[in-house]
Design a protein around this ligand. Structure first.
Ligand SMILES: NC(=O)c1ccc[n+]([C@@H]2O[C@H](COP(=O)([O-])OP(=O)(O)OC[C@H]3O[C@@H](n4cnc5c(N)ncnc54)[C@H](OP(=O)(O)O)[C@@H]3O)[C@@H](O)[C@H]2O)c1
Length: 240
């Protein structure tokens, strides 16, 4: 149990990294508001968990969601942005709407929701914004032009926002994981190796979130990069 009980919004709490973070936070005694496009994906009820529907691709609905949330949950003091997805391939394989959607879900929606929640969070004595970036925010790589762009954008946004919030109690952090064993790879033609050490676990990211939240009140954790010890990418055979 943490010394301070927090009320924490976790986007993407229905799967993978977001789900592991939500579970860890509940275990630590916090109240968690988790979002997904499909609330039926929240299977196990918990007294301190509230599941909400949110589609980050629908920018127009975000402002209303972001304005209503602090009214419904005035104790809200932390947001963890874990929702996102990957789409990879040569740039010519992307349509305009696919480019727009990937940038919206992985970056623009997070900037917009942050913008709406910021006045509320800046009033708190202690508050945290934690974003799940990626190793793709650190270096561009083949077949990742738009995905990397979305994560580079997120990382630049976080660095600037951290400076903007420096005189408040709001601490802004980004975690950049390498490959994590989650459903992220279900629709992709590659995945991390399955041997020990070839992928991070979602719990590795959840433990990092815990570390950031437990840091001393005046200690901002700017950025943490995580990699599997022995990174291995396996390419899937195309269906015959
Ligand atoms: N896995 C990796 O290797 C890895 C590495 C570095 C960074 N990341 C980043 O970590 C984040 C989470 O990925 P993951 O590995 O946990 O993948 P995941 O298991 O597929 O989970 C993705 C989560 O994002 C939510 N989501 C996707 N599209 C959404 C939308 N339009 N609106 C709202 N929610 C949406 C999903 O919720 P619903 O489908 O229920 O709506 C789900 O909860 C992503 O930002 C990803 O880029 C992943």
């Amino acid at each position: 149990m943490h010394a301070i009980k927090r009320t924490i919004l976790v986007t993407g709490a229905s799967s993978g990294i977001g789900r592991a973070i939500a579970r860890q936070l509940l275990f630590d005694g916090h109240c968690v508001i988790g979002t997904s496009r499909d609330p039926l994906r929240f299977s196990q009820p918990h007294a301190e968990f509230i599941g909400m529907t949110l589609d980050l691709a629908q920018l127009t609905s975000l402002e209303a969601f972001g304005k209503a949330l602090p009214k419904q949950f005035p104790q809200l003091d932390t947001v963890i942005f874990a929702a996102g997805y990957g789409q990879f391939g040569g740039l010519e394989q992307f349509s305009y709407p696919q480019i727009e959607r990937l940038m919206t879900v992985n970056f623009t929606a997070q900037a917009c929701l942050t913008r709406t929640l910021l006045p509320h969070l800046k009033q708190k004595q202690t508050a945290n914004l934690i974003y799940i970036g990626s190793e793709a925010a650190l270096k561009g790589s083949r077949n990742g032009s738009i995905y990397c762009a979305s994560k580079f954008a997120l990382r630049g946004f976080v660095q600037a926002l951290r400076d903007e919030c420096g005189k408040t109690g709001l601490r802004v952090s980004i975690i950049n994981p390498g490959m994590v064993d989650t459903a992220f790879f279900e629709n992709l033609n590659f995945a991390p190796g399955t041997q020990p050490g070839q992928a991070l676990s979602a719990d590795d990211i959840a433990n990092t979130v815990r570390y950031i939240l437990q840091a001393g009140a005046y200690c901002g954790v700017d950025e943490i990069n995580l990699s599997p010890n022995n990174k291995v990418i396996e390419f899937k055979k195309p269906p015959s």
